[in-house]
Design a protein around this ligand. Structure first.
Ligand code: CP3
Length: 343
């Protein structure tokens, strides 16, 4: 039997591959007609996340079309608050909503029933590992405590997460309790994903960029460190990608502070700084998703610059954030073949 190579895992071990492996955040999504078709068969978006048949299908769609090097479990970071009875719903055109939590609500949170609630997602992971090509890395994921907490406190998305920032200053004790609680149950959830067949996991801290220096250390980096330590105490070889969107210069110490194997980079991270970060280990990123919408020269030059600056070190090629619904599927074809076509 020939040896199976999972290239994303090789890069997570520090190897430099030419061409680099590629996958895209939100690669299963509304830019694909086959996703929209499956989505229409599910009742709500959460039904899609909790129906293994459908979740497996949409996870596989971008793998069939583009043969990406990694598949990411189809789910959402907000299944955690949903499992905590926050009544999460996704309304068309309005983004996510849930019942906002206050200090008393935080004191009443408990982990009972969370694992049971998330069982269909874990079932999706095990079926995916059986159905994916052997060489495709399977990524599990969850939200970072800070980002999940921002939605739980506001009850919806906001442009700057002012409600959570304000709550953290007014109720520091309860807020830190919330982050620690989310870190612990999210670590349990990641261990379950790994045991079901996830080869590596990504932690999404999509709202890290609204935090000041001190708050980034306490609310973003520390809970992610706690999560990774909790996962590794049980699964010592677990591989973790940490994506703190918008963190800018604060990414300098993020790998060391959290213990992540690889650091995800958004498109605002200068490539010269990305190259510095890459001296300490693998990086993932960071093409502007709008270049995929634009296509043509904008797409090509963006890809080439990343490969020129980061292509000789450990790199997982990705976008700097999720692909948007306006992206043309044919531009993704062009993206993948340009990344793979270079020697
Ligand atoms: O392909 C993949 O990347 C896996 C699936 C995935 C989804 N959400 C599916 C989804 C992943 C990894 C996520 C993570 C997620 N969810 C994050 C972190 C990453 C990021 O984008 O910043 C956040 C903040 C959320 C919360 C969330 N979910 C929001 C704010 C929204 C609404 C915005 C939107 O794009 O509509 C969602 C909905 C969502 N999650 C969709 C998908 C495909 C679109 C809803 C639909 O198809 O009806």
């Amino acid at each position: 039997m020939s040896e199976i190579r999972r290239k994303v895992l090789e890069v997570l071990d520090g190897k430099c591959l030419t061409p680099p492996p590629i996958w895209l955040m939100r690669q299963a999504g509304r830019y694909l007609p086959e996703y929209r078709e499956t989505r229409a068969k599910a009742g709500s978006f959460l039904d899609l996340c909790y129906t293994p048949d459908l979740a497996v299908e949409v996870t596989l769609q971008p793998i069939r079309r583009y043969a990406f090097d990694a598949a990411i479990l189809f789910s959402d970071i907000l299944v955690i608050p949903d499992a905590l009875h926050r009544n999460v719903r996704f309304e068309e055109g309005h983004g996510p909503k849930m019942d906002p939590i206050d200090a008393d609500g935080i004191a009443r949170l408990g982990a009972a029933g969370v694992s049971n609630h998330l069982r269909p997602v874990i079932e999706t992971v095990s079926r995916l590992r059986r159905e994916l090509p052997a060489e495709t890395t399977l990524l599990g994921f969850c939200g970072a405590p800070w980002t999940v907490a921002t939605y739980m406190i506001a009850g919806h998305g906001t442009p700057d997460q002012a409600p959570a920032r304000l709550f953290a200053y007014r109720h520091p004790k309860e807020f830190e309790d919330l982050l620690a609680f989310l870190a612990d149950i999210s670590a349990d959830y990641l261990v379950e994903q790994i045991d079901a067949g996830a080869d590596a996991v990504q932690i999404f801290d999509s709202w890290a960029g609204v935090l000041g220096e001190e708050e980034f250390a306490r609310f973003a980096a520390e809970p992610v460190r706690r999560m990774i330590a909790s996962v590794r105490a049980r699964r010592p070889s677990a591989k973790v990608i940490a994506f703190a969107k918008g963190a800018g210069l604060l990414l300098k110490d993020y790998r060391q502070a959290t213990g992540a194997d690889a650091i995800g980079l958004d498109w605002s991270v200068p490539l010269s700084f990305a190259a510095e970060l890459q001296k300490d280990g693998p990086v993932q990123g960071n093409l502007d998703p709008m270049r995929v919408v634009a296509g043509g020269a904008a797409l090509e030059s963006g890809i080439d610059r990343i490969l020129d600056v980061l292509g000789n070190g450990p790199l997982i090629f990705n976008l700097g954030h999720g692909i948007t619904p306006q992206a043309g599927p044919e531009n993704v074809t062009a993206l993948v073949s340009r990344v793979r076509g270079r020697r």
